[in-house]
Design a protein around this ligand. Structure first.
Ligand code: KG4
Ligand code: ZN
Length: 375
């Protein structure tokens, strides 16, 4: 069975086709990074307008490699014939995300489902990210996939959540950020330091030349009497910490070379000068340690020996490295998707839709996107 999926929740228009639960047979993404870069973040109106331009070409891109080249019929007829004869369901991200962006994907999916009389499946974006861990390429027949139960750290631009998944489709939030998401912290810090957008991959690159132990950012203590909040996160303080270094006394700000840029923080603590690579490395280390500590704690609390990571920030190599080492120490199994499936894509939406196709859990044409919905 095959599913054609669409993802358009933020600034990536993406389409994909998967076959039989895990196998990805087509995957196309059009990124709007260049459009939003000059604003230092995603501009919702620009995002939805550009999804409109991209959606039809992207649907064609997903199907093109699967159509026989010797076909004599017109392109449009080829695409229509392919969908009609091969696709068993149309899946789409229903939320959370930017309303205007989601609407483009949902309307395209509804139209395809209506015209070709295929079942429609709305997928929660976070469920999609989790399912990126269950994808296989055709060449990865023997790849080991995670088994239930597990704890998943979902860590992206809009989310930092710990989700306990006892069995398929049974999700329990056990921790979440109280303020900024980890990706948002990377993005805002990068913008503040004049490094560009998206901040995560840029900070990761600059941090490679820095010393992550140069200084320790203060760890936020989420004082709470409720045991339920043990696994929550907070990142807004780290962002503020970075802005403090930038605001106070840049020593040789006239230098244009990144490695020579120094920031210092004059406050209650001693004044300390720090280079841009060291500052980004310490910020990254701090974010990574907070994520790893809570995730390992969550696995112990839920008595599972399996940890998954998902979402854009799980592409971060330092996070993967530290999480792998902590999992090894604690005898835990760790899974994370290949880097290209960590950030937004439609393959993960198709993978999450597959169990719903098997269970015939379909949506009707009243499916409405929502900017905020729970799993
Ligand atoms: O999952 P995603 O593509 O979109 C959302 O659902 O939000 O995640 C995007 C986020 C951005 O904040 C971006 O800076 C971050 O993921 N990101 C990274 C890396 N690659 C992307 N953060 C840290 N290190 C990376 N290598
Ligand atoms: Zn995402």
């Amino acid at each position: 069975m095959k599913i054609l999926a669409i993802e358009s929740s933020c600034d990536e228009t993406a389409t994909a086709i998967i076959e039989n639960q895990h196998y990805l047979i087509s995957n196309s993404i059009s990124s709007q990074i260049k459009i939003h870069q000059k604003y230092g973040g995603v501009v919702p109106e620009l995002a939805s307008r550009n999804h409109l331009y991209a959606i039809i070409p992207l649907l064609e891109d997903a199907i093109k490699p699967l159509i026989k080249e010797d076909s004599k019929t017109s392109k449009a007829e080829d695409y229509a014939k392919y969908i009609s004869e091969n696709i068993d369901a149309i899946a789409v991200t229903k939320g959370p995300g930017l309303m205007g962006s989601l609407l483009v994907g949902v309307m395209a999916a509804k139209t395809l489902a209506m015209v070709f009389k295929k079942p429609l499946i709305g997928v929660h974006h976070i469920e999609g990210h989790i399912f990126a861990n269950f994808l296989k390429e055709k060449t990865e027949e023997n790849k080991t996939l995670p088994s239930y139960p597990f704890v998943c750290l979902v860590v992206s631009g809009g989310h930092t959540d710990l989700v306990y998944v006892e069995k398929e489709s049974q999700y329990t939030y056990i921790g979440r950020t109280r303020d900024d998401a980890a990706g948002e912290c990377f993005d805002k810090a990068a913008r503040y330091l004049g490094l560009g957008y998206p901040g995560g991959p840029i900070i990761e690159k600059v941090a490679q030349k820095g010393n992550p132990y140069f200084l320790k950012f203060p760890k936020v203590n989420l004082r709470s009497n409720q045991e339920d909040c043990d696994l929550d996160f907070s990142f807004s303080g780290l962002k503020t910490e970075v802005t403090m270094y930038k605001e106070k006394l840049p020593i040789n700000a006239s230098s244009s070379s990144d490695k020579d840029r120094f920031f210092s923080r004059a406050g209650k603590r001693a004044v300390k000068n720090i280079s841009l690579p060291d500052l980004t490395a310490c910020l990254q280390e701090s974010i990574v340690n907070i994520l790893v500590d809570n995730t390992v704690k969550a696995a112990k609390k839920c008595k599972t020996n399996t940890i998954l990571m998902a979402g854009g920030v799980s592409a971060n190599r330092r996070l993967r490295e530290v999480m792998a080492s902590k999992c090894h120490e604690n005898n835990l199994k760790l899974f994370y998707p290949p880097i290209k499936y960590c950030t937004d894509n439609a393959a993960m939406i198709a993978a999450a839709a597959y169990p719903k196709l098997l269970k015939k859990s379909f949506d009707d044409f009243n499916l409405t996107p929502a900017s905020r919905i729970n799993l």
